[in-house]
Design a protein around this ligand. Structure first.
Ligand code: SAM
Length: 260
């Protein structure tokens, strides 16, 4: 057993539930070598890493905590197909790590890193096959929410424009050590062949979505004041008195077109 203590500042909640670990690893059981590069973000002490390596899967791991590197090297350096990078996944060069192959990403992510990391990865989306992440349950709910849901918002729209999102299972705090204060969820994000909103509208779409949700309790007419008139909003078939969370992605695309 290592003497490494879990560090809060690195969001370290290590998976200890064998069933959850196997459930995640089994998603990668039938993958073919040399067709993609599998990257694990934040291997920690290697609980998931070990399960992922069981089928001689090639795996590249990116870990920020320097003190975990010798532990991971001792455990896994005998695997010819294992590569370890010490560094911040938020600054990693994913095109270099991919070695020219499409990427699959997996990780029990540190919760403070999850959302910025997903946004960085979305910038490389053409090269990504899929992403499977353990996140705070609430973030999974926001990523998967549909119009009208309490969790529907900017994150739902911006990510769902580019990816299909699927909540796979919930994970209780007891599956981790130390146990986090919140429930977790495991999510699959699969990039769409084509985004739902035309590429040339993405700048306007992201801006309109952000402003529309600026004050959740205000109506669209009020949030968009100074950008679109009430008449313009009504002319594309949207009620200016509606709240942002009731509109769907096509509605936001129509509003973005007005600002293009
Ligand atoms: N995968 C391990 C498990 O399930 O037991 C550890 C998961 S723990 C929630 C998150 C891991 O990500 C920790 O090992 C932490 O040191 C690492 N980490 C934190 N911030 C990181 C970053 N910016 N880049 C890469 N790894 C990071």
């Amino acid at each position: 057993m290592s003497r490494h203590q879990a560090r809060k500042r690195f969001g370290q909640n290590f998976l200890v539930d064998a069933q959850v670990i196997n459930q995640i690893a089994s998603l990668f059981d039938n993958t073919v070598l040399d067709e993609h590069t599998l990257i694990e973000i934040g291997p920690g002490r290697g609980a998931l890493t070990e399960a992922l390596l069981r089928n001689n899967q090639a795996l590249t791991a990116v870990e920020l905590d320097k003190d975990l590197i010798p532990i991971l090297q001792t455990k896994f350096s005998h695997h010819r197909q294992f590569e370890l990078y010490q560094g911040d996944a938020l600054r990693a060069d994913f095109s270099e790590l991919s070695k020219g192959l499409p990427l699959r990403l997996v990780g029990n992510l540190p919760y403070n890193v999850a959302t910025p990391l997903i946004f960085i990865l979305l910038e490389n989306i053409e090269n990504i096959i899929d992403m499977h992440f353990m996140l705070q349950w609430e973030v999974v709910a926001r990523l998967c929410a549909k119009p009208g849901d309490a969790h529907f918002g900017q994150l739902s729209l911006v990510v769902q424009n580019l990816c299909e999102t699927r909540a796979m299972f919930n994970v209780p705090p007891s599956a981790f050590s130390p146990a986090p204060k919140v429930e977790s969820g495991f999510i699959a994000l699969t990039p769409r062949a084509e985004p739902l909103v035309k590429k040339e509208l993405h700048g306007g779409f992201n801006k309109i979505v952000k402003i529309s949700f600026m004050h959740r309790r205000k109506t669209l007419r009020n949030n968009l004041k100074g950008i679109l008139t009430e008449q313009q909003i009504a002319d594309v078939g949207i009620d200016p008195g509606a709240r942002a969370e009731t509109l769907n992605i096509e509605n936001y695309a129509a509003l973005a077109e007005l600002t293009a």
